[in-house]
Design a protein around this ligand. Structure first.
Ligand code: AR6
Length: 169
């Protein structure tokens, strides 16, 4: 799938139509990539997030990007890993689909994702990568208007695991 790319880097630095935030259900900020995005976007992002009244796990909400180089931020709370028997796979798949649906509805042609749920939420990395890439590939098949979707991996291990999962698609 030529329109999927894996890079290693900091998602807050990417000048794309939308970056995705691995948020929590409050949408009021946190640690990890969520904290980094709020710090880089500035306080206006939190002010807009306050008007959204949270978000369910597996769903997504969109805001402006404020001081980020990205035009929009799509916030999605991923599932917390509880062993895999609590609907985690389906919820993670739903995160990717919900974000891409919102991106397409808002005219975004370039979208960057972090590795949702594989940090503080402890979703197993190999399993998360297979789900993420399967959902992105399926969405791109039916949405030719989306030009490029990237996984922006913060560390080398994450990048390698996504690269291997992409080869297996
Ligand atoms: N750019 C790209 N990826 C990043 C960046 C960055 N600047 N910073 C971290 N990552 P996590 P989760 C990677 O924990 O597991 C927050 O407190 C990180 O290395 O950010 O979905 C929220 O508020 C990892 O690979 O998200 C929630 O409460 C990936 O992003 C909770 O954490 C996801 O790690 C969400 O947990």
């Amino acid at each position: 799938m030529a329109r999927i790319e894996i890079i290693q880097g900091d998602i807050t630095k990417q000048a794309v139509d939308a970056i995705v935030n691995a948020a929590n259900t409050s949408l009021l900020g946190g640690g990890g990539v969520d904290g980094a995005i709020h710090r880089a976007a500035g306080p206006e992002l939190l002010a807009e997030c306050r008007t959204l009244h949270g978000c369910e796990t597996g769903r997504a909400k969109i805001t402006k990007g404020y001081r980020l180089p990205a035009k929009h931020v799509i916030h999605t709370p991923g599932p917390v890993w509880h062993g895999g028997t609590h609907g985690e796979d389906a919820l993670l798949a739903s995160c990717y689909r919900s974000c891409l649906t919102l991106a397409a509805e808002n005219g975004c042609r370039t979208v960057d994702f972090p590795s949702i749920s594989t940090g503080v939420y402890h979703f197993p990395l190999e399993r998360a990568a297979a789900i993420a890439l399967r959902e992105i590939a399926a969405f791109l098949e039916t949405h030719p208007e989306l030009e490029r979707v990237r996984m922006v991996c913060f560390d080398e291990r994450t990048r390698r695991v996504y690269e291997e999962a992409l080869e297996k698609l």
